[in-house]
Design a protein around this ligand. Structure first.
Ligand code: ADP
Ligand code: MG
Length: 382
């Protein structure tokens, strides 16, 4: 059996700088009050992955999964240890990594392709397949900053699976997008498995690990605490998870679900300029903190708005949870809009739960302005 990936004594230490003084005055009075701290995100990680094997990586939030994948992909340099890869690798890292927001989908396909070692000519040859897989024909010349998270992942996944990689690395992104597209991605992954390609998969969804992986490792606070058959690893993980829920510490894998979105009036209808409240219902098997993402789309699929998720922290308890969201003076003009709702990790943008087209919103407007939003204007003449 040939090793596709050898991870040999990997450690990763981050230096975190603390700025203790908050105000300018304090900073002047105590110029050296900041401190720095070393943090071991990964400690002595060793494993090999056979060619053709699919390895799942599970662990709590912050256990080091993404850091490990970044070391394997060469995005991060490990502090100690060595990684050996046989064959070329294509990676789908966390949401937001890799794409240039100002560029069109088309330009990003070429850019991403070149990052994966493809020349312009080689990308020309796969371009139509990429676009077909992504189902973004109508948006391929739109800047990706107008894409939803789901569209973004569709394009990245389409490139990654079309550059003919020997090793495919996927960090969480499968949780984004609608169920039909997720199923299509999983189909493609199974196809890759039949072709004997090697796959590394990080996911919060234990079911996905069970369905796809041949083997799984478990990370806990930077240490590898299990490496074996999926059922054994998931059991070990669950045992640690249960201990942690009692501690009220956040956890990684398992299941966090968005059950639905409801409106306080029962109808998803709002007058232009008025406010409305919605409730997002979650079922979680653990205590978990994340940021709430809200995306609003036109029916033609263009992103009208994504909130600043950093300022929308949410903490879920084990069980069912209801999170209220209040919109004040909705600036949309008349039409029907789709709403995507998600919960992402505070660090990075890893998706914990996602609901594509969770609701559609009817906006009523009887003025004469046209377009999607009203921009106030006043006229002066001289
Ligand atoms: N660039 C960085 N600088 C400092 N700490 C980091 C950095 N990247 C990740 N970390 C920390 O390393 C730990 C592991 O993070 P990560 O690999 O993203 O975990 P996971 O993907 O399992 O949720 C976390 O505590 C995180 O805060
Ligand atoms: Mg992560």
């Amino acid at each position: 059996m040939v090793n596709a990936i050898e991870v040999d004594g990997i450690a990763k230490r981050f230096t975190i700088h603390h700025e203790r003084s908050q105000t300018l005055k304090e900073r002047i009075l105590h110029p050296r009050s900041g401190s720095s701290e070393e943090f071991d995100a990964l400690v002595d990680i060793n494993f090999v992955v056979d060619q053709g094997e699919t390895l799942g990586i599970v662990g709590h939030n912050g256990s080091g999964k993404s850091t490990l994948l970044k070391c394997i992909c060469g995005v991060l340099q490990p502090t100690t240890g060595q990684i050996r890869l046989r064959g070329n690798l294509a990676a789908l890292l966390e949401l937001g990594a890799g794409f240039q927001h100002e560029l069109s989908g088309r330009d990003n396909v070429y850019l991403y392709g070149s990052m994966l070692g493809f020349t312009h000519k080689m990308v020309d040859q796969i371009f139509d397949d990429v676009v077909a897989f992504s189902e973004l024909e109508h948006f391929i010349d739109t800047p990706v900053k107008f894409y939803s998270s789901g569209m973004y992942v569709r394009l990245a996944f389409a490139v990654a699976v079309n550059v003919d990689p020997d090793i495919l690395v996927v960090d969480e992104v499968l949780a984004v997008g609608d169920e039909r597209f997720q199923a299509k991605c999983i189909d493609r992954i199974r196809h890759f498995q039949r072709e004997g390609r090697t796959i590394l998969l990080v996911t919060h969804q234990a079911d996905t690990v069970r369905a796809i992986c041949d083997r799984a490792i478990v990370l806990d606070q930077g240490h590898m605490v299990a490496d074996g058959p999926v059922t054994d690893s998931l059991r070990i993980f669950r045992e640690r998870l249960l201990g942690d829920v009692a501690d009220h510490r956040p956890a990684g894998a398992g299941s966090v679900r968005i059950d639905g979105v409801s409106s306080d009036t029962g109808a998803f209808e709002v007058r232009h300029g008025a406010g409305m409240s919605i409730v997002v219902s979650f079922t979680s098997d653990r205590a978990v903190s994340g940021n709430l993402v809200l995306e609003v789309f036109t029916r033609t699929g263009l992103l009208v708005s994504r909130n600043d998720a950093q300022s929308a922290p949410v903490t879920l308890r084990p069980g069912t949870n209801r999170v209220g969201v209040a919109f004040s003076n909705v600036p949309l003009l008349d039409g029907v809009y789709d709403l995507n709702v998600g919960l992402v990790e505070p660090e990075g943008a890893t998706v914990i739960a996602w609901s594509e087209k969770a609701a559609s919103l009817q906006v009523l407007y009887d003025g004469r302005a046209g377009g999607v939003v009203a921009i106030d204007s006043s006229i002066t003449q001289s």
